[in-house]
Design a protein around this ligand. Sequence first.
Ligand code: SF4
Length: 334
Amino acid sequence: MRELEIAKSELQKKGYLDLPVDVRLDLFAEIERLKKEKNAIVLAHYYQEPDIQDVADYIGDSLGLSQQAAKTDADIIVFAGVHFMAETAKILSPQKKVLLPDLKAGCSLADSAPPELFRKFKEKHPDHLVISYINCSAGIKALSDIICTSSNAEKIIESVPKDQPIIFAPDRNLGGYLAKKTGREMLLWNGACMVHEIFSLEKITKLKIRHPKAKVIAHPECEAAILDIADYIGSTTALLNFSKKDDAKEYIVVTETGILHQMQKENPSKTFIPAPPNNACACNDCPHMKLNTLEKLYLCMEFEQPEITMNEQLRIAAKKPIERMLEISAQYGL
Ligand code: SF4
């Protein structure tokens, strides 16, 4: 009991309940038990470690996860992802308890757009409509007109009248890619994702020489030079779907490595090679996503902490542009 009190008192500092977990426990069975007992649902992003993906009720990218969060009738949403994702679930389902295994699972891209700076930037362009990528804080969402994900961004931009100037935030790489794709000039916020920015063009080119039949498939958060050599560009879900439909046998995957687990499961006879970053590593993990572990997931379900809480005024303001996104996505059948 004393151990639990200490862990709770240190929760904000550490980000998670730092309690020992009995190594003999079957965590998969325990998590299933807790789901039933508490009417809880586990939503996991594709970039989570394989064990977490295997125990999740739903695995997806940001669009799918927010759609699931909006429609679930569970009492507790356990979000195995990063903070802005759990925050989005809370914005959409305020009456539900939303848990995140580690509160410190943040996002370098979301951090690259501090709301106060963005507000000043927006004030300089009062005639612009703001489209923000979902990878941003609730503060940025509240300053936006429409949210988008990499799955629906093109359609969202196309839904805006051609003569309406647009600010796109926070990812400059995704914004640049979309500007090219849609032919729309957009004012871009200068943010980026540390995982997708660090891929090495040189190492990928060498890999391609060693695997001449491999197709390069890349996420649009990557830099333009990487996208230029890609055979296919798409959101995490689009990359997974492409790997199922396409007839190549080998792929060089230029995004976070967590997605390789589903790709391999869905296509056991194909080979997926993680693209190397510009450092000594052979693959590229998101350090924020990988803060969540199966043990932390179990502990947060058992003790229902850490929980996402939010100022109500901010929540209501942030909800509007997300709902707009969900409406437009539904119109396009996304
Ligand atoms: S992969 Fe990039 S955008 Fe996604 S959570 Fe990690 S830092 Fe953020």
